[in-house]
Design a protein around this ligand. Structure first.
Ligand code: GLA
Length: 396
């Protein structure tokens, strides 16, 4: 029997009411309606991931220590709630095919309970292929069993990383959908993070396989060159993001690696303007005051977490100088004035480019300071590889 339902799909800030037939089993509709797939990531997920800081040197004890530091440092209060173990936690499967943690992770349900007792959420990692990127056991052929196991452990987030899988684009899409359906069948809401490197336009089919976020590029590196290449390269993907489904330009390297204070601010500013997931990578037990201040600036984070969920875009470029804007739910505009050059330079944001009136109030979000009312444009001296991030509101 054919039954119908109203399926609401968020697209570019607009909500479209679509009447679709259930018997057509439209994946996008199922994604929207089943298991709260939008609700589970209505705003870009925030938390911490083990990979860039620790690689395969992860243990249960290390994860617990990071979780404790997440709470003690104020990161949790700032919104960072997911604690995600990346690759290298997997052991063997038992006789029933149930995946086990390896010697470093002897008690996954216990670890989940510990995180939950701190008000945090538990993230885990697997692959649609038989092996993960680091060569550990993947989920190929065990999707249902693994989804059930994760649900039984209390997992809240799955990063599903495209390694060792053999197949063309339709086969990949089917593999991701298979795991999504298995997750939905457990009845436990879990964020589904597609790590697929932007091949085959993952942003175009990510929502249809239930993805809440999808990596749009290959891995970052511990330097400004790669981070700026990836971050500034996201322009044009804004129409594919919205509440419940986000483009993911990879994790935050703030406080890790070789970036200067200005370069770290550039990554956080750009990621927030992009409405990107904010997954910190730094060793949270060793954060400097500067790293904390950057990761926890509430006004910058609020841009990322803005309820309208609109991904920002570039509105002006002049050589190494760029201006990006992100429309906010309250009608204001967040803007980033970026200098990718090798010395300090003035950058001008024209209000007509930002979509605000001739006269507008400007607030500096990093300094958390009102700068006054400006006519037509706003100019700031921006340091090398740096940013000035502002909120601009039409002056009525
Ligand atoms: C890939 C991913 C990384 C990380 C590693 C783990 O490189 O892109 O984010 O998950 O695999 O092996």
């Amino acid at each position: 029997m054919r039954s119908t339902l109203t399926c609401r799909v968020a697209a570019g800030g607009l909500t479209l009411g679509l009447l679709l037939s259930l018997s057509m089993a439209t994946p996008r509709c199922l994604w929207a309606e089943q298991g709260g797939r939008t609700e589970v990531a209505r705003r870009p997920p925030m938390g911490w991931n083990s990979w860039y800081g620790f690689g395969c040197k992860v243990t249960d004890g290390l994860i617990r220590a990071q979780a404790e530091a997440l709470v003690a440092s104020g990161m949790k209060a700032a919104g960072y709630v997911y604690v995600n173990i990346d690759d290298c936690w997997q052991g063997q499967r038992d006789a029933q095919g149930v995946i086990q943690g390896n010697n470093n992770f002897p008690d996954q349900p216990g670890l989940a309970a510990f995180l939950h007792s701190k008000g945090l959420k538990f993230g885990i990692y697997s692959s649609p292929g038989p092996r993960t990127c680091a060569g550990y056991e993947g989920s190929f052929g065990h999707e249902e069993k693994d989804a059930e196991t994760y649900a039984a452990w209390g997992v809240d987030f799955l990063k599903y990383d495209y390694c060792s899988f053999k197949g063309d684009a339709p086969a990949q899409i089917a593999a991701y959908k298979k795991m999504h359906d298995a997750l939905v069948s457990t009845g436990r809401p879990m964020v589904f993070s597609l790590c697929q490197y932007g091949m085959d336009r993952v942003w175009a089919w990510g929502p249809e396989v239930g993805g809440n976020l999808w990596r749009t590029t290959g891995d970052l590196d511990y330097n400004y060159r790669r981070i700026s290449e990836v971050g500034f390269g996201q322009n044009g993907l804004q129409r594919f993001a919205g509440p419940g489904h986000w483009n993911d330009p990879d994790m935050l390297l703030v406080g890790l690696g070789k970036m200067t204070e200005d370069e770290n601010r550039t990554q956080l500013s750009l990621w927030c303007l992009l409405a990107a997931p904010l997954l910190a990578s730094a060793d949270l037990t060793q954060m400097t005051p500067q790293t904390r201040d950057i990761l926890m600036n509430p006004e910058v984070i609020a841009v990322d977490q803005d309820p309208a969920g609109i991904q920002g875009r570039r509105v002006a470029q002049e050589g190494p100088l760029e201006v990006w804007v992100k429309p906010l739910g309250d009608g204001g505009k967040a803007a980033g004035l970026f200098n990718r050059g090798r010395s300090a330079m003035p950058v001008t944001a024209y209000f007509k480019d930002l979509g605000v009136g001739e006269s507008a109030r400007v607030r500096d979000l990093w300094a958390r300071q009102d700068l006054g009312v400006f006519k037509g444009s706003f100019t700031a001296e921006v340091p090398k590889h740096g940013v000035v991030m502002i909120k601009v509101t039409s002056d009525k």
